[in-house]
Design a binder for this molecule. Structure first.
Ligand code: G6P
Length: 369
């Protein structure tokens, strides 16, 4: 087993470090360099069928569900089709409104999650087209879906999902761009901007991974707490949810993510001196709004761990710990901003002496209901 870990103490850290390569592999073969476009040859939906879709349901569990939340933002913003995202265990039992004009998109690393598979079958039975984003070739999901986009992340062994998540994000972005190209919902300039930013993502991920000491230091400050908060707005909120899940899963520190604007409606009552509040401030359009929420919790003596874009000067005065990520197109930021959160959770788990790769009570893939 230690050989499989390639010199790492844990699969999780190995897989975190594999992200630049995994992201490159996800992009490979899907880039039409000449026309600066995304090509998704595996998507068999015709242009006409793509034109006819009126609604998309993204269905998944756990970390894959969080990838779906990013997908909603990306697709709605770029393609202007309404997208609902739902956990599969809810979706399958609520009699969702589906027809041949709806696209059901399931996201599943393993392709074997029982609830996700049931959601896929529900979509098919209702006459909806079913697309899947999955990592495992030949998995049940890959066999049953009409269109399959593989993430090509390579095997993920650690229970806490890392490279599967960031490659799922890349896959949903590519799908959104692909649809936007066909439906012509964004300008050529906007499309090319995102297209070009995508090419830098693997290298930018590698830059974040080059310095792990800061994440370790932040983790050190978390481990004596039984509770932590993650806040953000928009896409930052979806990353906050994933950051909180990672921390819960492997460090067993109770963590909750809140839409920053919602704090004042209850949660702020829990803020006390020194409590860690991981604040994501990467989205320019809501930066000031989130910052005002950060200042509110700081005024109640919370410890602010801020995740910001490189060169963000304003946050320097507010943050107790400042984590900078390389600048990309705002829509793509989640792929980068989640990486420090993965590292912080990893080190918190190690420092607490937990079984990082096999956290208590959890399974890598939940194939029974
Ligand atoms: C389990 C794992 C999670 C994962 C979820 C969905 O609960 O512990 O890490 O996100 O299943 O798995 P899937 O294979 O469908 O992505």
């Amino acid at each position: 087993v230690s050989a499989e870990k390639g010199g790492y103490d844990h699969f999780m850290l190995k897989e975190i470090d594999e992200q630049p390569k995994a992201l490159k592999d996800t992009l490979r073969g899907r880039i039409d360099e000449q026309n600066q476009k995304i090509k998704l040859e595996e998507v068999k939906l015709t242009a006409k069928e793509l034109q006819d879709i009126q609604k998309i349901h993204i269905v998944a569990c756990g970390t894959a569900y969080h990838a779906g939340l990013v997908g909603k933002y990306a697709i709605e913003q770029l393609v202007r089709i309404p997208v609902e995202v739902e956990v599969a265990s809810e979706f399958r039992y609520r009699n969702p409104i589906l027809n041949e004009k709806t696209l059901v998109m399931v996201i599943s690393q393993s392709g074997e999650t029982a609830d996700t598979l049931a959601a896929l079958r529900l979509g098919k039975a209702a006459g909806s087209r079913v697309a899947a984003i999955t990592n495992v070739v030949g998995s049940s999901v890959s066999r049953e879906a009409d269109d399959v986009i593989y993430t090509w992340a390579g095997p993920e062994i650690a229970v806490a999902s890392t490279k599967a998540y960031t490659t799922q994000l890349l896959a949903v972005y590519m799908f959104a761009l692909y649809m936007a190209e066909i439906r012509q919902t964004i300008s050529e300039q906007a499309r090319i901007e995102i297209y070009q930013a995508l090419q830098y993502i693997p290298e930018q991920a590698a830059r974040i991974l080059a310095d792990k000491d800061h994440a370790k230091k932040v983790a050190q400050g978390l481990i004596d707490w039984n509770s932590a908060f993650f806040i953000g707005r928009g896409m930052d909120y979806t990353v906050a949810l994933e950051g909180a899940l990672k921390l819960k899963e492997i460090s067993y520190i109770h963590a909750e993510a809140y839409a920053a604007g919602e704090l004042k409606h209850g949660t702020i009552a829990l803020i006390e001196e020194g409590i860690p509040v991981i604040s994501l401030l990467t989205q320019p359009d809501v930066y000031e709004k989130t910052m005002s929420n950060v200042i509110e919790v700081k005024a109640r003596d919370a410890k602010i761990i801020a995740v910001v874009n490189e060169g963000d000067v304003k946050s320097k005065d507010v943050a107790d710990e400042l984590i900078e990520i390389p600048k990309t197109h705002p829509i793509l930021t989640p792929i980068l901003s989640v990486i420090p959160l993965q590292l912080i959770s990893y080190y918190a788990s190690v420092l607490r002496g937990n079984d990082v790769d096999k956290p208590r009570n959890l399974a890598k893939s939940v194939t029974v209901e």
